[in-house]
Design a protein around this ligand. Structure first.
Ligand code: PLP
Length: 713
């Protein structure tokens, strides 16, 4: 591989291969191996294994090749990778003998796999990334299809007065864990996609994740017109017109790429409506083989499954029909009469007249549809009931599979080591079994507390280091160093609030009564602090104003430096925050949070959730594993609801949360707190793991769809 010019010792010759398979990122042996090769460099490259191998001093590799401990890790890592790729004794194989050999195609506009591949914006991407990693762990032959955005999503900086600035950085291909996808006949996969009255060429990158592969589409080819080269430049960067063109590329192009790669999926999973044009391309293929429109649609429906992710109307792409007509012009070709039938598949009126709605298209093209929490299932059935006018709402065919998080990715090394000791060395293989996790009760308080203290100290090390870096390398103003958390107290009760800034998530709810909040934060001998992080969508000005006001709160002496805003929330920062805070706060306006997953990541690390009973917490809260912010108000009266929710939040902090954290025994251990910590881990780890989630998808969606497809021939 010419991109590694550093000489690699023969004994370690598979290091580049390991670095180019993100499987390494959720396996301790591989992770520790890269880290141990050159720890300062590992930190400097933000855990990018490819860059590490490109930049490392060759002498260090020579030394590593003579270090027995490192070699043992290397051998285990390489054997683990081989087994992940080829093992036949997987959970999937035990479930699916009759459809073996065919792939599950998983379409998503974003995938969050690792910070070295910035092709995600937030929750949707993290969910997709965790889904793919879990698929590899369970042995599912899943192929992800998405975009390789050359400029990815933006890096966030804030100005001296707290206004979000978006910085786009061109990805350095050579330093990313990707390579060109090669077709079965040995050529780089380049596929033509009809778009409007022209043809756009799409190049394809491949990402390896153990058994799973991702194919990422990229229009930045010299042969394309400059404006077409830009189509895949950024995630969610453009206007409506760019968006629909991206979706044509993803849906129509995605099917063509799979065909070019010789892949015939048994099931097609549309993760969110962005890729719903897949249905058009597949119907068209059916028509070309001589089927009627109805027969082609039935064939497509049988094998398509669809997941919807938000009850917020703006989260469902809808386009005027003329835009659809214009950009699909090149695809209509042989559709003839069927073109009107196709347009009708997307027709939906959500209040502002009929539009071509991608969610409606996906729902009409899928035989199995799910929401992402039980409550979101109810909300979705209500929201889309007009699509099934002759059915009562309880019979609307939308199910629910609650999200989960990939435990090996999100569990800290400290927690993993502790669980290795108490649950047995192979616990990760069974981590979705409640009976196994019940044994967490055996972990003594002081060990659990030591783990929590260690994780909090890593977070503060990270925050200080980031402040130092902004101060020295970027020469930011002292304001930004203060707002960035330089005055935080590493021993104080730390509340984390990190997510996309959006009005319905009410990032400023906790500031409803500033005097009361100040009393809570500045309690004598019981300091409390809040760490905020999150990006606002570049086009969401109201959200940027929320962010700016939070930034200004961080500078308000009233709060004594106990509020911080950490910029550039991404996977890397998320790891430190969900592991290192003491409490994870979420206060959306119910029922607009479909699921939420950051609270699950926190809970499995012993960071209890303090949340409105929305999304996953409506089913996760059991009375002892965290806290429920509850109030009695009319949900349509926003002001009254906000005031009542804020009051309920303050009362919980004053009466329950803060006292429990500071109630220490003779050894200095907060034993009451430890009960909540232990219960948060015990009850949430198995249920809100992506292992439980993916098994649900397999049993409720994938296998039935594959069998339906097969019985149709
Ligand atoms: C987990 C995660 C999210 C999604 O979490 P929510 O609770 O749904 O907001 C968003 N961004 C990043 C970087 C994450 O790691």
């Amino acid at each position: 591989m010419e991109r590694f010019t550093t000489p690699i010792p023969a004994r370690l010759h598979r290091l580049p291969e390991l670095a180019l398979d993100l499987w390494w990122s959720w396996h301790q042996d591989a992770r520790q191996l890269f880290r141990a090769l050159d720890y300062p460099l590992w930190r400097a490259v933000a855990h990018n294994a490819v860059r590490l191998l490109q930049a490392i001093d060759p002498q260090k590799l020579v030394a590593a090749a003579e270090n027995p401990e490192l070699l043992a890790r290397y051998d285990r890592a390489v054997a683990g990778l081989d087994s992940a790729r080829t093992s036949k004794g997987t959970w999937w194989a035990s479930q699916s003998d009759d459809i073996n050999g065919r792939a599950i195609a998983y379409f998503s506009a974003e995938f969050a796999l690792h910070q070295s591949l910035p092709i995600y914006a937030g929750g949707l991407g993290v969910l997709a990334g965790d889904h793919c990693k879990e698929a590899s762990d369970l042995g599912v032959p899943l192929i992800g299809i998405g975009f390789m955005y050359p400029q990815g999503y933006f890096h966030q900086r804030v100005s001296n007065d707290g206004w979000q600035e978006e910085q786009y950085e061109r990805i350095n291909w050579a330093a990313a864990p990707i390579r060109a996808a090669i077709t079965p006949d040995g050529k780089p996969c380049i596929t033509a996609v009809p778009l409007g009255d022209r043809t756009v060429l799409v190049a394809v990158w491949r990402v390896n994740l153990g058994r799973v592969k991702l194919l990422l589409l990229d229009t930045d080819l010299e042969e394309n017109q400059p404006w077409d080269r830009d189509l895949s430049a950024r995630l969610y960067g453009g206007d409506r017109e760019t968006r629909i063109q991206q979706e044509v590329i993803l849906g129509i192009g995605g099917v063509r790429v799979l065909r070019a790669m010789g892949i015939t999926p048994a099931v097609w999973h549309l993760n969110e409506g962005h890729a719903a044009f897949v249905a058009l391309q597949r119907i068209r293929e059916g028509l070309e083989k001589g089927a009627t429109f109805d027969a082609a649609l039935e064939e497509v429906r049988a094998t398509t499954v669809f997941t919807t992710h938000t009850p917020v109307p703006a989260g469902h792409d809808a386009f005027p029909f003329h835009l659809v007509e214009k950009h699909l012009a090149g695809c209509w070709g042989d559709l003839g009469e069927s073109r009107a039938r196709f347009l009708a598949l997307g027709e939906h009126d959500s209040g502002s007249g009929p539009l071509f709605n991608m969610t409606a298209l996906a729902m009409r093209s899928a035989s199995r549809i799910n929401a992402v929490s039980q409550l979101h299932g109810e909300v979705t059935r209500e929201m889309w009931r007009s699509m099934w006018p002759d059915r009562p709402v309880a019979e609307i065919p939308v199910g629910a599979i609650t999200n989960g998080v990939h435990v090996p990715t999100w569990l800290s090394s400290e927690t993993t080591t502790l669980l290795d000791r108490y649950l047995g060395a192979d616990w990760l293989e069974h981590h979705d079994e409640q009976a196994l996790c019940d044994r967490l009760g055996e972990i003594p308080d002081e060990e659990l507390w030591a783990m929590r203290q260690a994780l909090r100290s890593y977070l503060f090390g990270f925050i200080r280091e980031r402040s130092r870096q902004r101060w020295t390398a970027e020469r930011v103003s002292p304001n930004r160093v203060v707002a960035g958390g330089a005055m935080l107290d590493p021993e104080a009760l730390t509340i984390g609030y990190a997510r996309r800034f959006a009005a319905y998530k009410r990032p400023e709810l906790i500031f409803t009564d500033v005097e009361r909040l100040a009393r809570i934060l500045n309690g004598a001998n019981r300091p409390v602090q809040i760490v905020f992080a999150g990006k606002a969508h570049p086009a969401d000005d109201p959200a940027k104003h929320h962010l700016q006001r939070v930034f200004k709160r961080a500078l308000d002496p009233l709060f004594a430096g106990r509020i911080a805003f950490i910029d550039d929330y991404d996977l890397h920062l998320a790891h430190y925050l969900v592991q290192g805070c003491d409490v994870w706060l979420n206060n959306p306006r119910k029922p607009l949070e479909a699921s939420g997953t950051s609270g699950m990541k926190a809970a499995i690390n012993g960071v209890p959730h303090l949340s409105i009973g929305d999304g996953w917490w409506a089913e996760g809260y059991n009375g002892t594993n965290g806290w429920l912010i509850e109030s009695q108000t009319n949900p349509d009266d926003h002001d009254a609801t906000d005031a009542a929710d804020a009051d309920a939040l303050y009362r919980l902090l004053e009466d329950v949360v803060v006292p429990a954290f500071y109630d220490r025994d003779a050894r200095g251990v907060p034993t009451r707190w430890m009960q909540v910590v232990r219960e948060a881990m015990r009850s949430n780890l198995p249920r809100f793991s992506s292992r439980r989630m993916l098994k649900d998808y397999i049993q409720q969606m994938y296998l039935p769809a594959a069998r339906d497809g097969q019985s149709r021939g």
